[in-house]
Design a protein around this ligand. Sequence first.
Ligand code: ZN
Length: 205
Amino acid sequence: MNRNYLLTFCVILGFGMTASLLLNAQSQEPMKTEDAIPNQPEKPVTMTEAEWKQKLTPEQYRIARLSWTESPNGEIYKQFKKQGAGTYYCVGCNAELFSSDEKFDSHCGWPSFYDPSNAKNVKSIPDPDGRRVEVKCNVCDAHLGHVFRGEGFDTPTDQRYCINGTVLKYVSDEDVAKKKLEDAAKEMKKSTEEEVQPDAQEKSE
Ligand SMILES: [Zn+2]
């Protein structure tokens, strides 16, 4: 009787864990994207835990502030692999962190770069047990991932910045150029209208 009870309990537990894993993998939120270069922070960004919770999504908060790791090979990774030329900013503070110039395919299931695009915004801290080196945003202290060195990748640095895409904000070069053109066109239309305006007023007087 007791054994049956235990068996049922194990089956339910196993089912529950599998279901929750599947649910997590399916519900991975996409990497944040924007069509303009965000303003760069000029000094360190500090917030209370309550403020971070308000600013970030629960998933971003768990990774950036509690050092969790996103599921590998998820929607974010698929999205990352498809992204073309562009820049990656910190989702917490907008600091520029990485660019597509240093992106490479490490097949590890997480976004990989061989170097930061703006080194002063990225810091490396060895884990206390000395096994891994943590990578954090130097402006808001967000956990980004880890860096591994000397793995034999054919890149200029042989470093693998293994980064959680959830805490990155992607801005594509194409979108920035498109938005600049749109803004310039709007500006031109506005100034043409302003030039026409006094003339129209003269006629009505
Ligand atoms: Zn940051």
